[in-house]
Design a protein around this ligand. Sequence first.
Ligand code: FAD
Ligand code: DHB
Length: 395
Amino acid sequence: MKTQVAIIGAGPSGLLLGQLLHKAGIDNIIIERQSPDYVLGRIRAGILEQITVDLLHEAGVGQRVASEGTVHHSIELVYKNTRHPIDVTGLTGGSVVTAYGQTEVTRDLMEARAAAGLTTIYSAANVSIHDFDGKTPTVKYEVDSQSKEISCDFIAGCDGFHGVCRASVPRDAIREYEKVYPFGWLGVLADVPPVSSHAIVYANHERGFALCSMRSLTRSRYYVQCPLDDKVEDWSDQRFWDELRLRLDPEMASRIITGPSIEKSIAPLRSFVAEPMRFGRLFLAGDAAHIVPPTGAKGLNLAASDVKYLANALTEHYIEHTDAGIDNYSQKALARVWRAERFSWWLTSLMHRFPDTEGFGQKVQEAELEYLVRSEAASRTLAENYVGLPLDFGQ
Ligand code: FAD
Ligand code: DHB
């Protein structure tokens, strides 16, 4: 088989890139290790920046996020049993974020891809990439134990943190930056109305961080900070709801509606960046190149901005016959990546309890929270990062 762009991975990065390239008339094939049901079963992100929503419209899949997404104008910070609203829209001159699940984004993109008759190879085993430092890269894989090969002009590595693309780059051509946090997030999804449908709630409590989010007006997503070695089996639904209530202010705690969990998982927290994001005819995008801790909801949004830069660069290559975009891709994407890395690290540091924050660190964290909610300048800094910096910020 032959194509212009072979995309490895059918997560949000790969599917969105495929759709944007298709709109520009560029042929592409997606090769995914898992089945469609498995991909749709992963419960992850839920908060979309306007840039991401705009991209979904550009890709022709904006209808459902427009009608079913919930627009948020503020966030709420909770500490010392008190809630502090941050008027995100007021502080940013009108910007909003939208609560709409990654699962739904993925579903919309999958359906559009199927409707356009584009090729996606699911359940591909032993995917490997070759010759991306030459002129004719190839992708090899197996389906039903049969070996297959695709030759292409470019490979887009959209295969997440544990994918094959970053791992295929020679060690001396890549530099990795990493920070691992000493705790995880226990997440629960439940079909109950969210305690706050107009704002995400971030709580800093002596028992640890808690977050109240949502997927729709009838589906809630809640998280509590937990030790890294905790197991999901340690957490009955009852234990989770009790712990969540303890970490919120009493009024909000009294309004939590509980129900059976439909998903429960523990995610470790990590900051990670691989530089550069281009190696000859291989490009990395999304979690394949970088990870942020989930505090601040930047991961999916960063994946979307990488894809926007990459789709533009490839469109310029094929339509305008200039490689300036391709040559600038890594630098452009990384500039935005590091801004989101900084924000996610900062919000994680501000809102969690660290094993060593008994003394000085704890006092400084409290002082920063007090400053944040009392200073309009500090609140604005939080708000403008939360809604997402413009795609051309500092470019
Ligand atoms: P992935 O979603 O990981 O997709 C990669 C795809 O590649 C997968 O389908 C995988 O099966 C496939 N693949 C892997 N290896 C291979 C291979 N060898 N061959 C072929 N295919 C392969 N982000 C936000 O913006 N907002 C949030 O609110 C938010 N909350 C989060 C909450 C949690 C608990 C977690 C864990 C993450 C959250 N994120 C959030 C992050 C967000 O989910 C990720 O950044 C996003 O999934 C990245 O998309 P991706 O397509 O780059 O990677
Ligand atoms: C989610 C929402 C957030 O605002 C966040 O910071 C992290 C995760 C979520 O809905 O999954």
